[in-house]
Every structure is written in C-alpha cells, then in structure tokens.
Design a protein around this ligand. Structure first.
Ligand code: AP5
Length: 187
C-alpha cells in the first residue's frame, strides 16, 4: 500500500503514524523529521533549510529535492508492504515530481489521506506542544502556507480519484478508527 498523509500543520499526521505502521506494516518518512535531523547535525543542507523552517515557510524545492528523492527511492524499494509519506508533497511542483518518480519506479500511489481539522483547533494544539516552530506567528504563517501551497493538492488528488478525507477532530483513537475504515478498503 502506497499512501500520502496530507493535512495542515498540527492536524495529527505524526500522531497517527505509529498505528498505521503497526496495522499495515508500511515504512514511513516524514520530511520535517528528516530536515530537523539535518539541522540538529549542522549539515550544509540543515543550515540552508533552518531559516525557512524557523519562519514557517517551505524550504525551497532545490534544497530538499535530493534528500526527498533519496528517501522516496529507499522507501519504495525496501519494503514490499509499501510506504507512507508525511509532509511530502507540499505543493503542486512536489506532487508532480513525486508522480514522475513513482511512475519511474512502477509504484504509483494507492491513496491520499487528508486529515481535516479547523485552524483554531490547530493553533490550540500547536501552542500546547512547543516545538521550535510552534510560536503563534510561525504557526499562523505555516497555516497560510498550507492554505496557499498545499491545499491545492486536495483538488489535485481528488481529480485522480485518490483522496480520502478523514475528519481530524475527536480522540486520537476515533481518528485512527476513521483512517482504518478508509485504508482497510484498499489494503
Ligand atoms: P513538518 O515537520 O512536516 O511540520 P508540520 O507540517 O508543521 O506538521 P506538524 O508536525 O506540526 O503536524 P502533524 O500534522 O504531524 O501533527 P502532530 O501529530 O505532530 O514541517 C516542518 C517544516 O519543515 C515546514 O514548515 C517546512 O519549513 C519544512 N518542510 C517539511 N517538509 C517539507 C517539504 N516537503 N518541502 C519543503 N519544506 C518542508 O500533532 C500536533 C499536536 O497536536 C501534538 O501536540 C499532538 O499531540 C496533538 N494532537 C494530535 N492529534 C490530536 C487530537 N486528536 N486531539 C488533540 N490533540 C491532538
């Protein structure tokens, strides 16, 4: 099973990841985690990415492309049960690049899960978490970036017949149950 988890910052993508891995045996990658690891290790890539992440903007594609391509290739080739991507693609150029790469690998996507949560709930959640980019100004900018760049992917994947919208409020278990209901049909 090959899936993308789509959702605004703080919609609960990371929170749902472990139970998806456990149930379906897929491998996963979160581009935000990869980037934070590069920042923590002080690599050239991390240093170039950090100012964008601190401001809540997308890191330019030419900076993240190589890292993401490697991660997707590894994912697509390492686990016959499939993979799940969290945090990628983030805009139309990334979605088109992903399509091309997966076509080349003969592994097209099976589904895109969009976790839908309203923005005021998200601001509350993220202010309670306290990651480096979880201050109010940066959160609001991340939401603006989501609206402008990432939300068009909802339409993009709807047209391809891949989109499943999951109501992202309620308990973590409630949301997990909705995700299972969607994924069991395609697993
Ligand atoms: P990234 O790491 O992807 O962060 P994000 O999109 O802002 O997403 P979050 O990790 O904040 O949210 P989440 O949906 O995983 O929610 P979570 O489960 O943690 O990206 C960070 C930055 O990296 C970007 O701004 C950009 O600069 C850069 N970047 C990353 N990918 C890139 C790419 N492809 N191209 C360019 N740049 C890229 O939950 C959030 C909180 O809510 C937690 O505290 C959790 O406990 C709580 N919570 C979860 N579910 C519930 C619930 N049901 N009820 C109550 N609270 C809940």
């Amino acid at each position: 099973m090959r899936i993308v988890l789509l959702g605004a910052p703080g919609s609960g993508k990371g929170t749902q990841t472990d139970s998806i891995i456990e149930r379906y045996g897929v491998s996963t990658v979160a581009t935000g985690d990869l980037l934070r690891a590069e920042v923590a290790a002080g690599t050239d890539l991390g240093q170039r990415a950090k100012p964008y992440m601190d401001a809540g903007n997308l890191v330019p594609f030419d900076i993240v492309l190589g890292m993401i391509e490697n991660a997707v290739r590894k994912l697509a080739q390492s686990n016959p049960k499939g993979f799940m991507m969290d945090g990628f693609p983030r805009d139309l150029p990334q979605a088109e690049a992903l399509d091309k790469l997966l076509d080349k690998l003969g592994q097209p996507l099976d589904a895109v899960l969009f976790i839908d949560v309203d923005y005021e709930e998200i601001v509350k959640r993220l202010l309670g978490r306290g990651r480096a980019d979880d201050n109010e100004d940066t959160i609001r900018n991340r939401l603006r970036v989501f609206e402008e760049k990432t939300a068009p992917l909802i339409d993009f994947y709807t047209k391809k017949g891949l989109l499943h919208t999951i109501k992202g409020t309620g308990t973590v278990e409630d949301i997990g149950q909705r995700i299972r209901a969607a994924l069991d049909k395609i697993a």
